[in-house]
Design a protein around this ligand. Sequence first.
Ligand code: BG6
Length: 516
Amino acid sequence: MSAQATTATAPDLVRPEPAAEPCTIVIFGASGDLTRRMLLPALYNLMVDKALPPQCPIVGYARTEWGDGEFREHAKQAIGEFSRRPIDSASWERFAENLFYVAGEYDKTPHHSRLADRLEQLEHERTVPGNHLYHLAVPPSAYAPIIHELGQGGHVRPHGAGGRWSRIIIEKPFGRDLESCRNLNRVLHSVFSEDEVYRIDHYLGKETVQNILVFRFANGIFEPVWNRRYVDHVQITVAESIGIGERGRYYEESGALRDIVQNHMLQLLSLVTMEAPIAFNERWVRDEKVKVLEAIRPLSTEDVRRYTVRGQYGRGIVNGTPARAYREEENVSPDSTTETYVGLKMFIDAWRWGDVPFYLRTGKRMRKRSTEIAIQFKKVPHLLFREFLVEGASLEPNLLSMRIQPDEGISLMFHTKVPGSPLRIRPMDMDFTYVPTDLAAAPSAYETLLLDAMQGDATLFARNDEVEAAWRITDEYLKAWEELPSPEFPNYQAGTSGPEEADELIEADGHSWRPL
Ligand code: BG6
């Protein structure tokens, strides 16, 4: 027996897209990795899709001593390597005409003045209005100097002055704890108003993450059971088989909690647990997300000890290939106590979720890559079929699994009768899987988010109070971990499902992690 989803015949509902407003995009960190892998390919694809305004200068700024020609050459290689579409020469020619580069330091006023002059000149030549979209693709230490210079140099249009706007896209990490996050927000707000700030969490640009809201709120049948009366517990997994690659220096300062839990996982958690917003827009969606984050139960040091597991990978085999231990990675201290795995149990103190446990886990160098949200429903209240269950067996409760990646889709496990006698009950999955070619043809997370920022729609970006709420939660773990003795690392082998203590954490409640 098998079950699958097919498209129904009713017409699609389509949200009208406002046009991207003509603007100049300024990328700080234009010679860096993020620009190469994500931003340039995303902008290229947006142009091919005619989503960019026809005249849309893209000005790269970085310390590397390049001119326009070298930046264009770099962009061509980057797009050739990372674009979801192959590069074609006519499109490339059109794209290249819009690429410019200014070399400069991030904290030198005369260098920023050069940039401002170049922007003015380009806008004049191309008769584009002076709308500016700044993208900070730089290390966090450069955020404050750049924002300060933008404020000083007069190339930020103060809050829509003269009908022109300036917006700033900023990458994670937004600070490394609540205090530094608040400081960063203060720096941002000294130059930009909150509605001009677009904090990127690329998970929010993923098709399957956006689908969480559609699944919950475009269907009438799930919300009535989406609460403590019917849900037993929820598991959120972000497992990666990759290690830390060449990012040892960054990761040593970050660890899995800051790298994944504080942002991506709390975003997933808030989308799954928030109340229905009154409209799908930046105000109401974000208001509801903040409310649910604020409702996460505060933890004492003792609670953190009981409800969290930290792990770090040792050597092992991942996908058939030997992998070294975290402590053997480049730029990692040989006695590092940085966690590459976190397992957590948390509660949301709100009417809908009172006492429902949420289990979260994330790790590098796990058995396989899998991001999933699993809603485990309660057992049936009365079991009719008790007499033919063998001793100790039980009827597994229904489970709804939202597969964020890979193998993107949603499945609902339910029980059916196998035809014939004797009466036999079998668990089945009603499964919806995205057509892989549809997903491959869909815009990347960065395409979606860059376009949203150009359209002035911040629904899929994190607001200041949202990131502060997420840091409030994260800080409790960080502070308690500082006080508690560090675990014996390494405590899981690369290529496995994580530390044994994480299994014990969930098994103590009579549950087990979803198999990876
Ligand atoms: C990034 C983290 O934010 O997300 C990386 O810094 C992680 O460590 C990545 O690998 C995961 O993103 P994705 O889209 O591959 O799930």
